[in-house]
Design a protein around this ligand. Sequence first.
Ligand code: CP
Length: 328
Amino acid sequence: MVTQAAPAEERSRRHLLDVAGLDWRSLQKLLASAGEMQQLLDAPAGGSDALRGVGVTTLFYEPSTRTRISFEAAAAALGARVTTFSVATSSVGKGESLIDTVRTLEALRTQVIVLRHERAGAPWLAARHFGGSIVNAGDGWHAHPTQALLDLSVLSRHLGDSGGSLAGRRIAIVGDLLHSRVVRSNLHTLTTAGATVVLTGPASLTTGFTEHAASFRGAPGSVQLVASIDEALHNADAVMALRIQRERLTPGEIDSLEAYRAAWGLTSARLAALAPRALVLHPGPMNEGVEIDPDVADGPRSLVLEQVRAGIPMRMAVLQQVVSGARA
Ligand code: CP
């Protein structure tokens, strides 16, 4: 079912900067739209020309495989003109600023910029200086909206009720919370969908999350921070391992990768003992043998590749939404 949004509401969707502030109705619309996009992908034509003539540029200041490729596949499936901006070979290397870069892209007929940046808040800065739409593809430790949306689509499909709600479901998220934009965005979507989210990780990597968990009081779901992985996994319907972000770790935050695996890794023995029916997720890229063992990542309860596949229809839904918002 395609629902009509009021013009003002549509205009407010010109960008997708964050999932914070999206209510359950907005999330349900995106889930429904992603379902329609999957039908388009599965049909013989494999897409549509809904964004024909629209210039979409992926502007990634940090490495990516899943997010960049799936955004480009999504834009192509909707008939857009897709440009991959190579930061390494661009005038960024000559000192061109983010603001000048987005203005330049606008002059070169880009209407949508999909932006990944190492600085939290960069997409908001870009949005103030760009006449088209900005989609946040990950900013620093702050937010990764489309990862959270695709994770929600996968979890709702497996664990949701007929409307996709996760009320009564318990989702454990384990590991490097401190550096994770994925967990910060997932907390919004999962609690808005009604889930109980149980967070755990080494104390050095959960700094600030007691207060962060408390900020979700009043949400349909809830957030708990617990000190032990045993407690987090108990009765979990799903468990998501977070990547140890070696590039962001400061010395002393973990003793060693081996010690981390022993204490916090998703191993088949640990899952069999503590969460024998839990579905397993990881946003990727994985450090196999650290936060998740290869046999778990490739095992029968793993949704890791389903998460990757879900990226294309969800990002089609997001691109369609921001272009509609810009046209409203
Ligand atoms: N999950 C995620 O953002 O992966 P990439 O860094 O490969 O895009």
